[in-house]
Design a binder for this molecule. Structure first.
Ligand code: SF4
Length: 339
């Protein structure tokens, strides 16, 4: 199903004369890891090491491990460039080809009379987004695809923490189509644009609107966490060492801002934010997540205390208005704008 682009990988290995490479795959691609690594090793007769640590996104690039292992090249699958590193990295999107005709058939009955519609997707399908949009246009649908930046974001591409291409269309569209599986991206899309989201799942060919009541429930949960934070006296500020999630400076600013107002707060520094780690810091009444914002918003199963984003903490401190960010700017990796 995935395009592993073995030719591209082999060419890059040859170009760099690499003798040892580290292969980093997200969980969904790990069932193919041995086959893929074996092909590379057989073709190029080089050492191939598989990374076993987490790989959540373009933020989670194994630079430290690649340097520790002294590999000549890091091959990262499933995400595209988010940060610049002074290390050789090859990004492979792991594209999946879709049956566009079939998708058009299931989408058309759902979008009659909606007017202008925005189209977004994930890295696995960006290569077909134009074809999908053109096919919808040919059926008379007014579809728009937000522009990427030609380097870190493709046209129409969204990430769990970046909805920039969708936000650029907010004034022009009545609804968004999300082409992809699951509700992780559609939920983010809904709370950062305030628009209805039609999910078009190419894997099971199901298409349905994201449930409003689910979003309302999420809003209530988020607001309940903010309310708890207003009275918290012991606060853990979570910082991840993952390269694209490390917001130590913002965490330090936050500690300065809140400590002393009868509140004790400390930075808790770690690679991966996990249930056991947090629960063991049992003195903390709440945690503020400066790493991936989805850790706070989507939650971690089994964590006993509320986890807030920085923006939510600023709402608790009375420095931001919740109504002004919900449905427009609720998820962001760019905290600087809120200080
Ligand atoms: S910060 Fe979170 S949402 Fe953003 S790329 Fe990383 S894992 Fe995905």
């Amino acid at each position: 199903m995935y395009n592993f682009e073995l030719d591209t990988v082999i060419k890059e290995i040859e170009k760099r004369n690499a003798k040892k490479v580290l292969l980093q795959l997200p969980d969904g691609l790990r069932p193919y890891a041995f086959q893929l690594a074996n092909k590379i090793r057989e073709i190029k007769k080089i050492e191939v090491i598989l990374l076993g640590d987490s790989c959540y996104g373009a933020c989670d690039i194994a630079i430290r491990q690649a340097k520790e292992l002294e590999v000549d090249l890091l091959i990262h699958y499933g995400h595209n460039l988010m940060l610049d590193f002074d290390f050789p990295i090859l990004y492979i999107n792991a594209e999946i080809n879709l049956d566009i005709e079939k998708l058009i058939e299931i989408v058309l009955p759902k979008i009659e009379g909606i007017g202008n519609i925005g189209l977004v997707t994930t890295i696995q399908h960006v290569h077909q987004i134009k074809d999908f949009a053109d096919a919808l246009k040919a059926k008379g649908i007014n579809i728009k695809v937000g522009k990427g930046d030609n380097k870190r974001l493709y046209d129409g591409q969204i990430l769990g923490c970046n909805y920039q291409v969708a936000k650029s269309l907010i004034k022009e569209v009545n609804c968004f189509i999300f082409l992809g599986g699951g509700e992780f991206h559609p939920i983010g899309l809904s709370i950062t644009t305030g628009k209805p989201v039609l999910i078009v799942n190419p894997y099971n060919l199901k298409t349905y609107f994201l449930d409003d009541s689910e979003i309302m429930l999420l809003a209530k949960k988020r607001y309940a966490s903010i309310t708890k934070a207003k009275n918290a006296k012991n606060i853990g500020i979570l910082v991840s060492s993952k390269p694209g999630q490390n917001s130590l400076n913002d965490a330090q600013k936050l500690v300065k801002k809140i400590t002393g107002k009868n509140i004790i707060s400390f930075i808790i520094y770690m690679d991966e934010i996990k249930q056991d780690t947090l629960n063991n810091f049992s003195e903390a009444e709440i945690f503020v997540d400066t790493a991936c914002p989805r850790i706070a918003i989507d939650g971690i199963a089994g964590v006993e205390k509320p986890i807030l984003t920085i923006q939510e903490m600023l709402v608790a401190l009375g420095e931001l208005e919740w109504e002004k960010i919900w449905g427009s700017n609720y998820i962001s990796l760019k905290y600087q704008s809120v200080y």
